[in-house]
Design a protein around this ligand. Structure first.
Ligand code: MSP
Length: 514
């Protein structure tokens, strides 16, 4: 019987050859929203991210700075942690592949493959892209020998390596895809991966001997493991493989690896084959999202379109940053970032729909009820029933997060936010106050405040800072991070008589563009 009791989600481990850009932030925020969502529904969660610190890529980046690889990665590591703080990422672990817990786990895992006869020596010769840290066939190159991803010249490699018998696992992989069509998502990626395997697999190199920046191959002095073997193994070594069997049993198999579509083959073909060879369960799902494009091109450092998360967070705030990318772009597809569309989302969805609503409701409770949440004496009527339907839609809609459909989840959540706006307009508490309809006024303002409480809970995975601020304004006695769905999403949990505080606007008017 599996001892798994934890929802385990990962991001790719990023190359710290340079400082993070918004492409790295994109996967990381998405994984954080999923992790926070699962915590909100009561799951025990383990969320892992980290850095991929070995390989030629890093050797060259370090050399360009006149540093050793270790000096370089140690120097740049704090910048990655800063990104996590800036984006309010609540990860449970951060793995660096230069850590001892990782290197010993890699050696233990690879020794199993060696003992099973899945590794053998042969000479490799062919094209290699250092930025991808990937081998290509000549047919895969584009425009006269360029890497298909980076469109830069590839290196030619010729060396004696250890090889992994990937080809042996083709039938088992095809069976996996057949039995579990959602192993890779979205479907378009599943089809791509299946076609790749059906096209025939060749064995892949598992070691390098031209440089020594990597995890040493225990049985072959002078060789280090190929960086992708080393990197993929972070998902098991950080979960406790080889160091903490009990922790590993509670977490593995991983529920979802979130990755960009550029690294699907490694995660959906090489990785399950490696696990099969070691007799370890394969992941439950690999989800590959699209690229963030800037000016129509994949945003990256190498084509000088790299934008740092802080540039946007300083202007729009972290909540808008997190909201914008997930609301604007369909997660499985490529999507364009633009300053203008981010401004638009800030103003329309956040400042107007949500921020103004909060401000208005709390203003009225302050002026008409001495800032105390009134006792809802009047009977609920049609308007409250309609709002209840909007809430149901939002709560069901949020479950789209489990399918990584963040855009849909946020659209449905905004049906409720708009519903509350409509409700306030229709009930017009300012009129009820004038005409002295105090029962109706109390019912209306109670309902509106209760709706704000629920909104704070529902937005918290995506906008944790705004959610906390809203929660504090409502003067509620319990803590936001103790709230769990479905209970916290039900009507009537706001205590009568608590004192609300208007405070600063949740989403103040944006400063002029810098
Ligand atoms: N180190 C490998 C991954 C090893 S995982 C076992 C690597 N690192 S990377 O630094 O190049 O980061 C790749 C990941 O960053 C992508 O898969 C994607 O998640 C994210 N992105 C980098 N640029 C991106 C965009 N322009 N758009 C969206 N995501 C992008 O590959």
């Amino acid at each position: 019987m599996s001892a798994k009791d934890t929802f385990y989600v990962t991001t790719p481990i990023y190359y710290p050859n340079d400082i993070p850009h918004i492409g790295h932030g994109y996967t990381t925020v998405a994984a954080d929203v999923l992790a926070r969502w699962r915590r909100l529904i009561g799951d025990r969660v383990h969320f892992l991210t980290g850095t991929d610190e070995h390989g030629l890529n890093i050797v060259r980046a370090a050399g360009a700075r006149g540093m050793t690889p270790q000096e370089h990665v140690d120097d740049i590591n704090p910048r990655w942690h800063e990104m996590l703080v800036t984006l309010r990422i609540a990860n449970d672990d951060f793995i660096r592949t230069t850590e001892q817990r990782h290197t010993s786990g890699v050696q233990a895992f690879m020794q199993r493959l060696h003992d099973n006869g899945d590794l053998y020596t042969a000479t490799y010769s062919g094209p290699y892209c250092v930025r991808c840290e990937a081998y290509y066939t000549t047919e895969e190159l584009v425009e006269n020998e360029l890497c298909p991803i980076h469109r830069r010249p590839v290196d030619r490699l010729e060396q004696e390596n250890w090889f992994f018998r990937l080809s042996k696992y083709a039938p088992a992989l095809l069976e996996l895809f057949e039995q579990r069509p959602d192993f890779v998502q979205p479907d378009v990626r599943m089809n791509e991966v299946r076609a790749f395997v059906e096209g025939g697999l060749t064995d892949i190199s598992a070691s390098r001997s031209a440089f020594d920046w990597g995890v040493p191959v225990p049985w072959e002095p002078g060789h280090v493991f190929y960086v992708w073997f080393d990197a993929l193994l972070n998902y098991v070594t950080a979960a406790g493989f080889g160091t903490d069997d009990a922790a590993f049993a509670r977490r593995w198999p991983v529920d979802v690896h979130l990755i960009g579509k550029d690294i699907i083959r490694f995660h959906a073909v090489y990785w399950p084959a490696m696990l099969m060879a070691a007799d370890i369960e394969v992941p439950r799902q690999v989800y590959a999202h699209g690229f963030l494009l800037v000016g129509g091109e994949k945003m990256s450092k190498s084509n000088a379109t790299g934008i740092r998360p802080t540039e946007l967070v300083e202007h729009f705030g972290v909540d808008c940053y997190r909201y914008y990318f997930l609301r604007e772009i369909s997660f499985g597809h490529d999507g364009s970032f633009s300053w203008e569309s981010m401004e638009q989302r800030y103003t329309t969805d956040l400042a107007n729909d949500l921020g103004n609503l909060v401000n208005r409701v709390l203003n009225m409770v302050s002026s008409y009820c001495d800032a105390r949440v009134p006792d809802p004496t009047g009977e609920p009527g049609e308007a409250e029933a309609a709002l209840g339907e909007d809430l149901d839609r939002a709560v069901v809609g949020l479950q789209s997060i489990d399918r990584l459909e963040f855009k849909k989840a946020l659209e449905d959540l905004w049906v409720f936010v708009s519903g509350v706006n409509r409700y306030v307009e229709a009930r017009a508490p300012w009129k009820l106050n004038k005409t002295g309809a105090s029962d109706d006024l109390a019912r209306c303002l109670y309902t509106a405040v209760d709706a704000l409480r629920i909104i704070a809970v529902l937005i918290s995975p995506v906008m944790p800072v705004a959610a906390e601020r809203l929660w504090a304004k409502l003067g509620l006695p319990s803590a936001l991070d103790e709230q769990r769905l479905p209970d916290a999403g039900r009507w009537g949990a706001t205590p009568v008589g608590v004192t609300v505080q208007r405070g600063d606007l949740l989403f103040p008017k944006l400063e002029e563009q810098p």
